[in-house]
Design a protein around this ligand. Structure first.
Ligand SMILES: NC(=O)c1ccc[n+]([C@@H]2O[C@H](COP(=O)([O-])OP(=O)(O)OC[C@H]3O[C@@H](n4cnc5c(N)ncnc54)[C@H](O)[C@@H]3O)[C@@H](O)[C@H]2O)c1
Ligand SMILES: O=C(O)C[C@H](O)C(=O)O
Ligand SMILES: [Mg+2]
Length: 444
């Protein structure tokens, strides 16, 4: 399967006679367009108008599809081409809404002043009560500095807002958590840390998102150290959790013991280094990596991994390959060895498409759309918020990975992200570990 990132709805009018929709479908197929939904929006005695969603690989292919339909003539017209993705973003994807119905003056006085003053005093006397009498305990800040937005690079936090809104929508949909995007216009670790420290009180947790390496490491470490609420950099640990789950499933299917497999990581930035650390902590004995930056290789060595010289060498040497470089097409089909597991996780485009990898001999292959941290972060935060935990620990992350692997059907690498069970199970697993760890904490 090729990557078809261009999705458009073509509004087509045809004569109301059988066979005309077939002609349009053939014209689209002849130009290599892939048809998605078809919705009839008007049926008249003479003509019928339909919305036809078409997925294309490139702008040129889309132009060819439109040209192909137009060349049918005989009463077949293209009226308009609309960009569904842009249209879906008009006005943004999230909103803050009241949970209270305010219909009467009595409601107003209860929800707002003067009633609210009593609640303020309760919290002033016992700050822990904020967890019960405000939304704070169910709200997570989604903080970005815009320096590594997907694989698009340092495009700034404003341009990254659609991704942050997307994460907030996923938090709501899969875990019932309110995610509030925070767009920083600094990536200086001191400023980022100090800014978050000044605003953290309004949140039950902090999800760091699309903050590039190496500054993301210092920012996360300092915040974890200095804040009394859970902090997690999604691109590091959310990704590592889901990748471990996918590899556990692949090993289960192929009968390989992951601890004995040679694992290779291409790209040792935020996602890549965390994946390596997670795998080594899980017991993988030989963890190799490549990166174009010497400093990134040095970080891998410091954690006990082996730095290799080239992607070719890594592809030759390793059984399981993971790539998080942001560079589409970096892995060439001729580099793939028979039976390898290949997870090319860069978004929006992978280092090699799953179809190309399987055609070249891979036993299992996936990209960043299916092996995606959406399977991890909503349940991880649900679990720690439920438990009232103050941090997200390594054991919680391993439990989350195991829960995802346990929800995976045989022969698949990961569950479907719309399967509600996976998010519930991740939350349960994390909450269980959190409760256990809190019980073991020494009482001072
Ligand atoms: N599927 C998922 O859930 C998921 C999660 C997180 C990140 N990602 C993807 O991973 C990619 C990287 O994200 P990140 O946050 O780690 O970014 P990052 O900037 O922290 O890391 C990228 C690393 O790749 C290295 N690199 C770039 N080009 C390379 C090349 N040609 N050869 C070797 N190394 C190269 C860089 O030096 C850097 O160390 C992005 O495309 C992102 O979308 C996917
Ligand atoms: O945003 C995603 O789809 C996953 C990940 O966080 C990424 O940066 O690519
Ligand atoms: Mg990300």
């Amino acid at each position: 399967m090729t990557v078809r990132n261009i999705i458009r709805t073509i509004i087509v009018e045809t004569p109301s006679k059988p066979g005309n929709l077939g002609k349009v479908a053939t014209a689209i197929g002849m130009a290599d367009g892939d048809i998605g939904d078809i919705t009839t929006i008007k049926v008249g005695p003479l003509s019928t108008v339909r919305d036809i969603t078409v997925h294309c690989e490139s702008k040129e292919q889309l132009d060819a599809v439109i040209q192909s339909i137009q060349s049918l003539e005989n009463g077949i017209y293209v009226h308009a081409v609309s960009d569904d993705v842009l249209r879906a973003h008009e006005g943004g994807k999230i909103q803050m809404k009241s949970r209270m119905d305010i219909r009467s003056l009595a409601d107003l006085r209860r929800v707002y002043t003067p009633g609210v003053a009593d609640v303020c005093r309760v919290i002033q006397d016992d700050p822990d009560k904020a967890r019960y009498y405000t939304s704070i305990g169910n709200t997570v800040a989604i903080v970005t500095d815009g320096t590594a937005i997907l694989g698009l690079g340092n495009i700034g936090s404003l341009a990254g807002m659609p991704v942050m809104e997307g994460k907030a929508a996923l938090f709501d949909r899969f875990a019932g958590i309110s995610g509030i995007p925070i767009l920083l216009n600094t990536s200086d670790p001191d400023e980022v840390v100090n800014t978050i420290k000044k605003i953290y009180q309004g949140f039950g947790g902090i999800l760091l998102e699309d903050i590039g390496s190496p500054h993301c490491f210092e920012i996360e470490e300092r915040l974890k150290e200095e804040l009394p609420i859970p902090v997690m950099h999604d691109d590091q640990h959310g990704t590592a959790v889901v990748t471990l789950a996918a590899v556990i499933s692949a090993c289960r299917s192929t009968g390989v013991d992951l601890k004995d497999a040679v694992v290779g990581q291409i790209g040792l930035g935020a996602a890549g280094l965390a994946i390596c650390r997670m795998f080594m902590a899980y017991g993988v004995k030989e963890m190799c990596g490549v990166d174009r930056q010497e400093a990134a290789l040095e970080r891998l060595r410091r954690y006990g991994g082996t730095a290799l010289q080239s992607i070719e060498e890594l592809m030759e040497h390793c059984d399981i390959i993971i790539a998080t470089t942001g560079v589409p097409g970096l892995i060439k089909p001729e580099m793939v060895r028979k039976g390898q597991v290949i997870l090319a996780l860069s978004n929006p485009k992978p280092e090699i498409t799953p179809a190309e990898a399987v055609k070249a001999g891979a036993a299992f292959a996936a990209d960043g759309r299916s092996v995606n941290n959406v399977l991890g972060f909503p349940g991880i935060f649900r679990g720690v918020l439920n438990a009232g935990a103050k941090e997200i620990t390594h054991s919680m992350l391993v439990a989350a990975a195991q829960a995802i692997a346990d929800c995976t059907a045989s022969g698949e690498l990961v569950p479907h992200p719309l399967d509600p069970k996976v998010h519930v199970e991740v939350a349960r697993a994390v909450e269980r570990v959190a409760e256990r760890e809190m019980e073991m904490e020494p009482v001072l």
